[in-house]
Design a protein around this ligand. Sequence first.
Ligand code: BV8
Ligand code: ZN
Length: 235
Amino acid sequence: MLLTPHDRLFVLTGAGISAESGLATFRGSGGLWDGHRVEEVATPEAWEINPALVWRFYSQRRRDALDARPNAAHFALAQIEQRLMQESGNFYLCTQNVDDLHERAGSHRLHHMHGSLFESRCVRCEQPFPDRAFHEDADCLPRCGICGSHVRPHIVWFGEMPLDMDAIYRELNLATVLLVVGTSGSVYPAAGLVHLARARNIRTVYVGPEEPQNADAFSEIVLGPATQVLPSLFS
Ligand code: BV8
Ligand code: ZN
């Protein structure tokens, strides 16, 4: 998949790019997520019913992410960003993932559309702030220092609007190539981005070991693990 210097690359990644770093994917864990159903831990309703369970779940995911290391696929994307940004500033990475492996691999032009594991926010003040703590004591859940309200993970749950969709659509409208890596294409609006790209007749490439649910929208599908495919994709 040769890129010309005039190409503007929009990359969308999902849980599959972190799979080889040892982080569980949503589908891979058979619909259960560290033993929990998604509805129990990743919805506003779950938070209302049992904030302690939600904080236990995200604290464990913080632990897992801290123990994980970026893999060759994360580094390959950081290298192509460096190359494209030097030549033409034509690179944008939108991730559905909440781990920080893209940052730790050196990616800069990066947007976490579903939030970040290592940020929290007051449910009232709503200003996200860095938070790497584990909140696992049900009797001592984090409270806002300003207004005293509950502090929640800065994560986009099911039924909530992904972050800065305007920026995503703006960048996608400028792209000449959409590369999608490691996502089942099962959750919208992320899974719908390829359809928007297709409507603009730009190149759409999927990389992963199996076809995604939205496979028919891609102009090219390169089957294989991201750590094997990505490094050679731009050589
Ligand atoms: C919204 C953060 C509307 C959480 C996530 C009923 C009620 C409410 C909403 C809905 C509803 N019905 C439908 C919806 C919409 C819903 C949706 O799409 N549901 C699906 C289930 C049908 N979407 C939403 O709710 C979104 N919001 O619609 O808001 C709205 C409108 C106006 C105003 C307000 C609101 C918000 C969705 C975001 C939810 N949060 N993540 C957290 O992480 O804790 S979603 C989460 O699942 C991921 O972020 C990702 O987006 C999604 C799917 O995960 P994937 O990344 O694709 O991972 P998966 O395991 O599925 O696949 C892994 C892939 O990797 C596989 O294909 C595999 O082959 C591949 N792979 C494996 N190994 C490798 C590999 N690839 C490469 N290399 C390897 N080595
Ligand atoms: Zn507050």
